[in-house]
Design a protein around this ligand. Structure first.
Ligand code: CTP
Ligand code: CA
Length: 216
């Protein structure tokens, strides 16, 4: 089985020394890569800038990227040959409209940045998804969580969407633990306990594998 995984943040350059980024560490995506590899899968881990060490497993090929555009190119290159797509990256929705060739100098009291929309990696690849391919997305919502997650699942052609809880202390960005809820297209909901990201990853991988090979 071949798995395409996106993980970590993206950095969108503003000038030679600055970028727009986010607080994603990549922990959840890297833990998923390890869990898939332990399960025998061949994983392409397309990772944005993360401080985490590159996974040592020979079953994991790590492709390092910086921007959403680079992440899209690296993911698109292997999407057709992957059986499972997992989009765990926190992709910047917008990037600076222009990258200044020189360091932007301090001048007025305010500075207005113009941003343009980035490619939606999951949604764009989703348009060419074959019926036998399986796609999993992530979502982090602060209101109407289930409705927003369902909407994303349909819009991006996901088979499952993993909703990150922000309500629980110890869950989410930077933490070693996570609390997630998994939704499918039929509206079925699976609630995971607050547990280590490694355990969440193992639970998600078994759930995905069970969906891929439904018991008779
Ligand atoms: N995603 C992606 N490419 C993007 C944005 C998001 O592949 N440019 C993926 C994420 O990796 C995640 C899913 O889409 O699996 C949902 O991301 P999210 O940021 O929650 O969705 P958005 O469509 O960007 O909506 P929002 O306005 O809530 O940020
Ligand atoms: Ca977003």
């Amino acid at each position: 089985m071949r798995v395409l995984l996106t993980a970590g943040p993206t950095y969108e350059p503003l000038d030679p020394v600055r970028f727009l980024g986010n607080r994603s560490t990549g922990k959840m995506g890297y833990a998923l890569a390890e869990a898939f590899a332990v399960g025998g899968a061949e994983v392409t881990l397309v990772s944005g800038p993360s401080q985490l060490p590159e996974p040592a497993s020979p079953r994991i090929r790590t492709v390092r990227v910086e921007t959403a555009a680079e992440m899209f190119a690296a993911a698109a290159a292997v999407a057709a040959t992957a059986d499972v797509w997992v989009f765990a990256a926190a992709v910047a929705d917008y990037r600076p409209a222009r990258v200044a060739p020189e360091k932007i100098k301090k001048s007025g009291e305010t500075l207005v940045l113009e941003l343009v929309k980035n490619v939606d990696i999951a949604a764009t690849l989703g348009q060419s998804k074959r019926p036998e391919q399986f796609a999993v997305g992530f979502a982090l919502e602060t209101e109407n969580e289930l409705a927003h997650a369902q909407d994303k699942l349909h819009r991006k052609h996901f088979d499952l969407i993993v909703l990150n809880s922000l309500r629980d202390a110890g869950a989410g960005f930077g933490h070693d633990t996570n609390k997630v809820t998994v939704l499918d297209a039929a509206g079925q909901i699976v609630n995971f306990e607050l547990q280590s990201k490694a355990d969440v990853a193992r639970g998600l991988v078994s759930l995905i594998l069970a969906r891929l090979t439904p018991s008779p």
